[in-house]
Ligand binder design. Structure first.
Ligand code: EPZ
Length: 419
């Protein structure tokens, strides 16, 4: 099992290009199921999660592979789908597989997808996905751990989500685009990945209006065609790399990302005392002294992203002063805390709130990665720590970060992967 070894203390400096967005890619790959011709996605990150989604699509009967000439592109042709069933052993590897449910239902009138079940960061129910599909005329049945949905024809409807859900909004949107009649999604998620999916669906011939706001109007169409689409840069990877630079009192610039979607993260780093230069092509964050403690609550977009919670916490453990960090989205997203405490961090957790007191420095230690973003937080802490940190179970990191150690090494980090 791979592990990553970091000799902390090196000040990170330089410029790095981020990979394509993992979460936008996964939704766009699911959307390809809707098309009656081939889809090619460019700027796709080489991640385990993308491999898993390719496997899911092939299990359905689609042609789905990495592009033969472009290692950062995938080709998907859904015309050969003959089994609208996503098997348990694949869905349990990646809950985003559940995103094929809506498209399969819309395209084939039936779908059978394993219930994703919980994961490390929380129960993560899918009740809102099913509520939306039922409103559109889907007949939902739970059958031995599988969600089975059938319909004699989806019809547009009003769907009011009880809470903003990113994949729930995407799943129901992908069903509604081929329904007959109009659909309105109320209390929709506003994340950039929802906007990018809507834009791609419109390029495919759909009629989706209002994505990015909490009310999305969809006019059903008869069919959708495959497109070529370049995936946007990963906003969480970009923010993670900036946090890594700041944790080492460095000076890092990230490129290849739409900086307009980084606002809440950059505002928080600025509040902590970072000097930021932001333009349309990239963002630069630097500091030559310790940052200040801040208070933060993670929230649905445009609030501070939950996927950047662990990484910010790592920076705050060595800031001057205290911070109060509240995890407003998931119920169990503090698994990185005990590992940070082993590195000397001063953190007290009560429920979904962590009280952090800055310490002069962290000490390297052997630590365990538990989930994707917790692992990223541990890497940020390891870069700032004095001495060696060994991060075990890095397969969690490889799910969401392409060659993270190479990107960080290009910025001056003493980091390598060992098997
Ligand atoms: C997406 O997950 C992302 N994953 C997550 O990123 C991200 O953390 C999350 O959005 C929040 O931003 C992908 O896009 C593949 P939600 P999603 O539905 O859509 C509750 C990463 O690290 N909820 O917006 O599954 C849920 O329990 C991953 O890249 C219901 O109650 O998240 C949670 O508390 C981790 N019922 C809250 O909503 C539902 O039917 C927000 O979850 C659906 C969700």
């Amino acid at each position: 099992m791979d592990r990553i070894v970091v000799q902390g203390g090196a000040r990170l400096a330089g410029e790095v290009a981020v990979s394509g967005s993992k979460n936008a890619t996964l939704a766009l790959m699911a959307a390809a199921v809707l098309a009656d011709s081939e889809t090619v996605l460019h700027n796709v990150p080489r991640l385990r999660d993308v491999d898993t989604m390719l496997e899911i699509l092939r299990a359905l009967g689609a042609r789905a592979d990495w592009h033969e000439y472009d290692e950062h592109a995938v080709r998907i042709d859904a015309r050969s789908i003959n089994r609208p069933e996503a098997p348990y052993d694949l869905v349990r590897k990646m809950r985003a597989s559940f995103l094929v449910l809506g498209p399969l239902l819309a395209r084939f009138g039936a779908a059978r997808v394993s219930e994703p079940g919980g994961c490390a960061i929380g129960v993560r129910p899918v009740d809102q996905h099913l509520k939306g599909l039922a409103a559109l005329g889907g007949k939902v049945r739970l059958d031995h751990g599988y969600v089975e949905v059938t319909t004699s024809g989806l019809r547009g409807a009003g769907v009011a989500f009880d809470l903003p859900t990113v994949n729930g909004t995407q799943n129901v949107m992908m069903a509604a685009v081929l329904a007959s009649g109009d659909t309105v999604l109320e209390n929709a998620a506003r994340e950039p990945e929802v906007v990018e999916l809507a834009d791609a669906l419109n390029k495919m011939g759909a009629r989706v209006r209002g994505a990015g706001g909490d009310r999305i109007a969809i006019e059903g169409v008869a069919s959708l065609r495959g497109i070529r689409h370049a995936v946007s840069g990963d906003r969480i990877e970009a923010s993670t790399l900036l946090a890594a630079g700041l944790a080492t009192r460095g000076d890092v610039r990230v490129t290849g990302v739409d900086t307009s979607v980084l606002e809440s993260t950059l505002d928080k780093l600025r509040e902590a005392g970072a000097d930021l230069d932001v333009d349309a092509t990239g963002a630069r964050a630097r500091t030559d002294g310790p940052l200040r403690g801040v208070n933060v609550v993670t929230a649905p977009f445009p609030g501070y992203p939950t996927d950047m919670q662990a990484q910010l916490m790592a920076v705050l453990t060595v800031a001057e002063g205290s911070s109060v960090l509240r995890e407003g989205v998931f119920e169990n997203r503090f698994m990185h805390v005990p590992e940070l405490q082993r590195m000397g961090a001063d953190i007290a957790v009560s429920g979904r709130t962590a009280h952090i007191r800055g310490v002069p420095g962290l000490m390297g230690a052997p630590v365990m990665a538990t989930d994707l973003r917790a692992s990223a937080g541990l890497i940020v802490a390891a870069l700032a720590a004095e001495g060696e940190t060994v991060v075990n179970r890095v397969y969690h990191i490889d799910r969401g970060y392409e060659r993270i150690e190479e990107k960080l090494r290009s910025l001056g980090a003493a980091i390598q992967r060992e098997d």
